[in-house]
Structure formats: C-alpha cells, structure tokens
Design a binder for this molecule. Structure first.
Ligand SMILES: NC(=O)c1ccc[n+]([C@@H]2O[C@H](COP(=O)([O-])OP(=O)(O)OC[C@H]3O[C@@H](n4cnc5c(N)ncnc54)[C@H](O)[C@@H]3O)[C@@H](O)[C@H]2O)c1
Length: 333
C-alpha cells in the first residue's frame, strides 16, 4: 500500500510532535515542514531530515502532499489556523487541524464548508476521544449498557498560571476537548448556561461551571479550570443512562461501568505493558486513526473527530461565553 505523503504546518511543540508521530507511523511518509519563523522551520527540517519552508503555498506547490497537519496557533491559540487550512484544502489535501478549530465561528464555518466543497477529509485533533478507555466506554454505550441518556458530568483542569491574550482564552482553548467528549457520548447540545470566575490576581476567566441541555433532553455539566496547581487527576467523564453509568478517568487511565442491574462493576485499566505511556500517545492514536481513515477511503462526512465536530464544540463554547456575559441561557444554533 502507498504511504500517504504528509506535511506539517506550524512548528511549535505541537507541530513537532505531529511530525515525530508521522515519521513513526507506517501509513505516512513525512515529506516536508513549514513555519513562518525561519529558525523554527530550519530547525525542524534539519531535525526531521525533510525539506523546510516558510510559506505554506510554496510547500504545497513543491511537495503536493496528500495530508497536512495544521498546528499553528495565534490569538486565542487558534486564529492562525484559517489561512493554511484553506490553502491546503484548496491544493487538494486532506487536513488534520489542531483544536480549537478557530476562535472565530464564521471562519470555522467557512473551513468546514470549503472542505465539504472540495470533498476532502477535514478532521480536528480532538485527541481525548482517541484512547482505548474512551473506545471501550463507547462500545458499552453501543451495546445498550447505558441506555436512554440521563446526565453527563465532565471535568477538565490543568495548571496554567499565566494570563494569556484574551479573557476567553481558557474557555476557548481548553474546552474544545471536554465539549467534544460530551458530544461524543451524548450528542448535540441545545442550550447552555455558564458561570465563571477569575482566580485571585487573574484577569482571564480561569475557572468555569457550564450547564448544558442536550438535544436528546439529557442534561450535562462541565467544570473547567486553569487554576489547579497540582493536578493529581486532570479529566473525568461520567455518563449515566437508565441501564447503567460509566466513568472515564484521565482519558486513557481507567474506564468503569456501573450496570444498573448488578452491584458487579466492569473495569478497563490501562495496562503497564502495551498501554498508553502518557499524553503523547493520545496524539499518536488520533493521528493514526486519521491516516487509517484517509487510507481506507472513508467518506469525508464519516470522519471521526471531524471539522464539523470541532465547529459544533466551538459553538457550544461561544454560547457559554455569551451566557457568561449576558446572564442568560443561550440556544446553540
Ligand atoms: N490537542 C491538544 O491536546 C493540544 C495541546 C496543546 C496545544 N494544542 C494546539 O496546538 C496548536 C499549536 O500549539 P503550539 O503550542 O505548538 O503553538 P506555537 O504558537 O508554539 O506554534 C505555532 C507555530 O505556528 C506558526 N505559524 C502560524 N501561522 C503560520 C502560517 N500561516 N504558516 C506557517 N507557520 C505558521 C508560528 O510561527 C508558530 O511557530 C494550537 O492551536 C493549540 O491550541 C493542542
């Protein structure tokens, strides 16, 4: 089978991580990298042994990759994704973009629509759903062991003590993961209400409490924070239905099923040998899943963790911000 020719645009820590993973993946051949900062481009090109560029269009014309990772950042950690994403799609590439899809909903909509127009696979690195524990929980759900949904309790917190470029940075940049996991298990969100607080000395909304109502009628809650100094655990997802309840702890560490009909629980525990060793493995799993889908010719509208999913998560976050500012419950449109 032909390997996919892959390029990475944006070479901070995250772009370099994508590039390392492509180099090690049997489905991919890393053929080039790009950063608008010449030193970053050169350093990564040398390290990885591939041609480097400072302009995405020049890279696309010279290398004609099948797949591009867009790992740029910018204002609210996402304003720079739009331009190279549109350029790569226009050149006929399949694109895996970093989260958040964009800090601007209008631009995110354009990106999703353009990918659809070009019939290219467009995915977002919603890596928290790409773990064995999350897959097992999804399997329990498919088997009917959760049943009609009742509630979802989600929490994600990390220590990020520095205030960044916008009061909404934490809400927009951290919560795409959590909202995606909530949507992954419970479907679309219809209504949102948000309270938030600024930890002492901070001007950014750094801790938030978000209530949601899903389209199914089930209810949900998200606690998110940048203020937890020592994060003994960072993420917890609990989903309950009439047949049972599961809890996923720290993305890949453990998933526990609490069936309604018995006191006997079922537990998946990340194995010592052959399990995930750390957060990087969520990237490895997610990137491989995208490469597999593209190699298998999965239709663009069937891609797991798609651009449309990234957009839907961001709309929930923007509704939460509107709720925070107005004190109202906000419909997600
Ligand atoms: N999925 C996750 O778990 C996860 C974790 C952390 C960060 N991220 C995301 O990864 C992205 C990158 O994060 P980072 O910390 O590496 O950011 P960074 O700012 O360190 O690096 C981004 C790089 O992109 C380059 N760039 C911007 N626009 C460009 C363009 N048009 N062409 C070429 N290069 C361009 C910048 O020069 C910079 O070097 C962010 O969107 C962030 O939200 C995701």
């Amino acid at each position: 089978m032909n390997m996919l020719r892959v390029c990475v645009i944006g070479l901070g820590n995250i772009g370099n991580l994508h590039a390392d993973i492509y180099k090690a993946d049997p489905l991919a051949e890393l053929v080039g990298v790009c950063d608008k900062i010449p030193e970053r481009a050169e350093q990564a090109g040398r390290r990885l042994g591939v041609p480097h560029f400072t302009d995405t269009k020049a890279l696309l014309a010279a290398l004609q990759p099948d797949v591009c990772s867009i790992a740029t950042g910018g204002f609210e950690y996402s304003s720079d994704h739009y331009e190279p994403t549109m350029q790569a799609l226009d050149a006929g590439c399949h694109v895996l973009g970093e989260k958040p899809i964009s800090n601007d909903i209008r631009l995110a909509e354009e990106m999703v629509a353009f990918a659809r127009h070009k019939n290219r696979c467009y995915a977002i690195n919603l890596n928290h759903r790409f773990t064995p524990a999350a897959r097992i929980a999804k399997q329990w759900q498919r088997e009917g062991r959760i049943g009609a949904l009742l509630f979802c309790n989600m929490a994600l917190w990390i220590g990020r003590p520095e205030d960044l470029d916008s009061p909404y940075y934490h809400l927009k940049a951290l919560n795409p993961h959590s909202v995606d996991i909530m949507r992954h298990f419970c479907g679309d969100v219809r209504r949102v209400q948000c309270f938030a607080t600024k930890a002492p000395g901070r001007w950014m909304w750094s801790t938030a409490s978000i209530n949601v109502q899903f389209a199914s009628g089930a209810v949900g809650h998200l606690t998110s924070s940048y203020d937890i100094k020592r994060a003994h655990a960072v993420e917890r997802c609990e989903v309950a239905g009439v047949n049972g309840r599961f809890v996923i702890e720290d993305m890949w560490m453990r998933a526990t099923l609490y069936p309604a009909e018995t006191m006997v629980q079922q537990v998946y525990q990340n194995p010592v040998f052959g399990g995930f060793a750390g957060f990087r493995d969520t990237f490895r799993d997610r990137i491989h899943a995208f490469l597999q889908e593209v190699s298998d010719g999965v239709p663009p509208d069937r891609i797991d963790g798609s651009g449309a999913d990234g957009l839907a998560a961001q709309k929930v976050i923007h509704a939460a911000i509107e709720s925070l500012e107005t004190g109202q419950i906000v419909e997600v449109t």
